[in-house]
Design a protein around this ligand. Structure first.
Ligand code: DAH
Length: 430
């Protein structure tokens, strides 16, 4: 289900552990990005896998074993291998990658406007407790984002963070008062050019003391809201130049009032971030009941797609030199030149769904088989017959960004999709 098209916020519009404490082993690694995935060998001989199974990943010097995250023995676990393999990638820590370039440009803005007073944190593990991800930021018990359909669960109390807001409370408790947290976040979602189950967010947080707002003669909440808007308007201009922008009132469980910032881009309003004045309940947990704070969360892929003209979100994960060589450290906004558009191949699949069917589950099956060769999954027909049975027809668009696909290859993928959908999703193929 797409709650939000922008992949930057899920919690608005009422719709959307650290390792040692999880018992994972700690090892020291020389932390180089290229060596962070450890491939199990030998690979099973008979099976040609599109995603080699990764047996362990390194997150900031800590080794996480596959079997601690992808678990067949726990019915709550819904993390596939394709997601596990992304855990140590840390695109936001690569200075020559569009995601890292944007992060650095935002750092520059905060460093120069706030005299380096914002702490920058970017190595927190994406494996967090449900308390961190939801309870600490006041996400209601029945909120849709808590469902297995929307979030990747390692076990019933551990998830792959679905937003960087998961770290607000822990950082406040540790004494941080102004900070920027950047990291990879994970969401089960539909498939198209702007949605990918892993993307990157940056969270900003700023606490004020009574002296700050008393001097201004304004009420604390108004003071924080005005400061927040001024800060983010400045950031948008720093990134986009003289753009038109507008504020939209919205809802988030963790802020009140809450806003979204939209910028006018290619003849449309585009939501780029969510933000607001932090709920007192969050501050109280850290003994900050006499303070007021603002917070924001922005989606880095969303900004990068606009700034670098990158039309497909899968490209961020490409190691093809024709992609990677187009970006350089510190160069914001170089326009990406598509190296080629290979032909798409369309395949339809129809089935009678069961009550438990969800589109996210279907998309996960397709991604598990086709990986980044799937560009889009679209519902093209949906009807219910006289007996009350509902049929869905999906069109799957296969397209590689790097080469032409053969008919044989696509037929093979589609036949695997058919088999697996039937086996895993309790549907009846038509
Ligand atoms: N966590 C929100 C999301 O991913 C984004 C967000 C909105 C973060 C408002 C904030 C905030 O810190 O104040 O949908």
């Amino acid at each position: 289900m797409t709650i939000f098209s922008a992949q930057s916020t899920i919690f608005s519009r009422a719709s959307v552990a650290l390792l040692s404490s999880n018992g994972f082993k700690r090892f020291s690694f020389a932390s180089s990005f290229s060596s962070n995935a450890v491939y199990s060998s030998p690979l099973p001989k008979m099976k040609k896998r599109r995603h080699p199974i990764v047996s362990a990943v390194d997150i900031g010097g800590v080794t996480i074993a596959r079997n601690d995250v992808v678990r067949d023995d726990d019915p709550t676990n819904n993390v596939p291998d394709s997601i596990f393999s992304k855990l140590g990638m840390q695109l936001h820590r690569r200075d020559k990658h569009p995601i890292g370039i944007i992060k650095n440009a935002i750092y520059d803005y905060f460093d120069s406007n706030y005299a380096k007073k914002f702490d920058k944190i970017e190595d927190l593990s994406p494996i967090v407790t449900t308390k961190q991800n939801f309870d600490d930021v006041l996400v209601p018990a029945d909120h849709v984002s808590r469902s297995l359909n929307d979030t990747y669960y390692v076990d019933s109390e551990t998830v792959l963070r679905c937003h960087t807001s998961a770290h607000q409370a822990e950082l406040l408790r540790k004494g941080h008062r102004r900070f920027l947290v950047t990291g990879d976040v994970y969401r089960r979602d539909s498939i198209d050019a702007t949605h990918y189950p892993v993307f990157h967010q940056m969270e900003g947080f700023c606490v004020f003391s009574p002296e700050d707002w008393k001097e201004s003669g304004k009420d604390a909440t108004l003071y924080a809201a005005e400061d927040l808007k001024k800060c983010l308007e400045g950031l948008a201009r720093h990134l986009f130049g003289a753009v038109e922008m507008r504020w939209v009132d919205t809802y988030f469980p963790f802020t009140n009032p809450s806003f979204e910032l939209e910028i006018y881009f290619k003849e449309d309003w585009l939501e780029v971030l969510g933000c607001g004045v932090t709920e007192q309940g969050i501050l109280k947990q850290s003994g900050l009941e006499n303070n007021v704070a603002w917070a924001f969360g922005l989606g880095l892929e969303r900004l990068a797609m606009v700034l670098f003209d990158i039309s497909d979100i899968r490209l961020f994960w490409s190691s093809d030199e024709r992609f990677t060589s187009q970006f350089a450290k510190g160069e914001l906004g170089v326009k990406f030149k598509p190296f080629s558009k290979y032909p798409p191949c369309y395949k339809d699949i129809s089935f009678w769904i069961s009550e438990s069917f969800t589109e996210n589950n279907f998309c996960e099956v397709v991604r598990g088989i086709a990986g980044d060769l799937v560009e889009e999954v679209k519902l093209i027909d949906n009807f219910t017959n006289k007996k009350g049975m509902t049929s869905h027809c999906y069109r799957i668009v296969f397209r590689s960004m790097e080469r032409s696909l053969t008919d044989e290859e696509v037929n093979d993928l589609q036949s695997k999709v058919r088999d697996e959908v039937q086996r895993k999703l309790n549907v009846e193929l038509r």
